[in-house]
Design a protein around this ligand. Structure first.
Ligand SMILES: [Zn+2]
Length: 142
């Protein structure tokens, strides 16, 4: 989660959310920051960018089996769906997102029993640090 926080704190125009994918051996494969503004891409959430980059690093198809995704904010429906499709084994996230969260807040996409792959989930990790990066950003924008 420290690495995801570091990605979130990297310079950028979009909301500071960071994500890192770790391989089965715990080695970081890819890190990304939210970049919708820079890329002009509504799907350029930190998780999506990190999943894409990690799959390119693994270079063995699209599956990220045994991998862990750490992200500073509870994933939205798109990202929750994407990490399930990528076969991520473990999801670790920081702050809760009551407005759009899809890992327990509004929906629980990753633990839907109808899906054939359900990652292990750890929410609220370093929650204060993760929330404070976002609070600082929104305070400065006001
Ligand atoms: Zn998302």
């Amino acid at each position: 989660m420290e690495a995801a926080l570091e990605a979130a704190r990297a310079p950028g125009a979009d909301v500071p959310i960071g994500a890192v994918v770790f391989g089965p051996d715990g080695v970081p494969l890819a890190a990304a920051r939210n970049a919708r503004v820079e890329l002009g891409d509504p799907t350029a959430h930190a998780e999506i960018l990190a999943l894409r980059a990690a799959a390119a690093v693994v270079g063995d198809g699209w599956r990220l089996e045994g991998c862990t995704l750490a992200v500073t904010l509870e994933p939205c429906t798109m990202c929750a769906g994407a990490l399930v499709l990528a076969r991520i084994a473990r999801l670790v996230f920081g702050a809760w997102e009551p407005k759009t969260g899809a890992v327990g807040s509004l929906w629980d996409v990753v633990r839907d029993r109808r899906l054939n792959h359900r990652p292990e989930v750890h929410g609220g990790v370093l929650v204060d640090e993760c929330a404070s990066v976002l609070e600082t950003y929104f305070t400065m924008r006001r």
